[in-house]
Design a protein around this ligand. Structure first.
Ligand code: 5GP
Length: 200
């Protein structure tokens, strides 16, 4: 059976990642991996549905045994993708979409070099700033922090396979689907194409 693809979608704050991801999910079926976290469940969250809620000791054990595909710390808690679950879906032929930040993406690439890394960008830095300030929901300090972080994130651009500019959510989702369809046909993913063709 043909393996699925591991697609990593990253993008700075204001790139519209969440919206693009939702649009992609509407257009095509993607597998979704439940992340593990050490934070406690919020009201209404279910174990093994929203997250695998595990202890810090259990999470650190998984890190040590190299059972995490990638992980990060956020607000003092660990969050990450369990390697076996992600790879099982891919082996079963499903395309798995992970929406993660740049460090997580680099970890994925190291552990699973066949992953396809896509960077989603606002049309320009000026437009990103306009979007973030226009939201009006966060203080100047937070927005400045997010913009400063973008400079760091852009250092990772050369490690990405594709860059997509988000001028319009629909066009952007279509571009990403085109990338995925082309990647499935990439010759390097079909090393046995000749044998397959001749039925050997
Ligand atoms: P929350 O506590 O609000 O559910 O999530 C906090 C942050 O952790 C969010 O930015 C979310 O995207 C990130 N996060 C959730 N799961 C994962 C994961 O599996 N890997 C990484 N790298 N980040 C995650």
């Amino acid at each position: 059976m043909e393996k699925g693809l591991l697609i990593v979608l990253s993008g700075p704050s204001g790139s519209g990642k969440g919206t693009v991801r939702a649009e992609l999910m509407k257009k095509e079926h993607f597998a979704f991996s439940v992340s593990a976290t050490t934070r406690g469940p919020r009201e209404g969250e279910r174990n093994d549905v929203d997250y695998h809620f595990i202890t810090r000791e259990a999470f650190e054990g998984k890190i040590q045994r190299e059972e995490m595909l990638e992980y990060t710390t956020y607000n003092g808690n660990y969050y990450g993708t369990v390697k076996s679950e992600a790879l099982e879906m891919i082996e079963a032929g499903k395309n798995l979409l992970l929406e993660i930040e740049v460090e997580g993406a680099m970890n994925v690439k190291r552990v699973y070099p066949e992953a396809v890394l896509i960077m989603l960008l606002p049309p320009s830095f000026a437009e990103q700033e306009r979007r973030l300030r226009g939201r009006g929901t966060e203080s100047d300090e937070i927005v400045n922090g997010r913009l400063a972080r973008t400079y760091e994130e852009m250092e990772y651009l050369p490690h990405y396979d594709y860059v997509v500019y988000n001028e319009n959510v629909d066009a952007c989702a279509e571009d990403i689907l085109s990338i995925i369809h082309a990647e499935r046909c990439a010759m390097r993913r079909h090393p046995n194409a000749k044998e397959h063709y001749f039925g050997q």
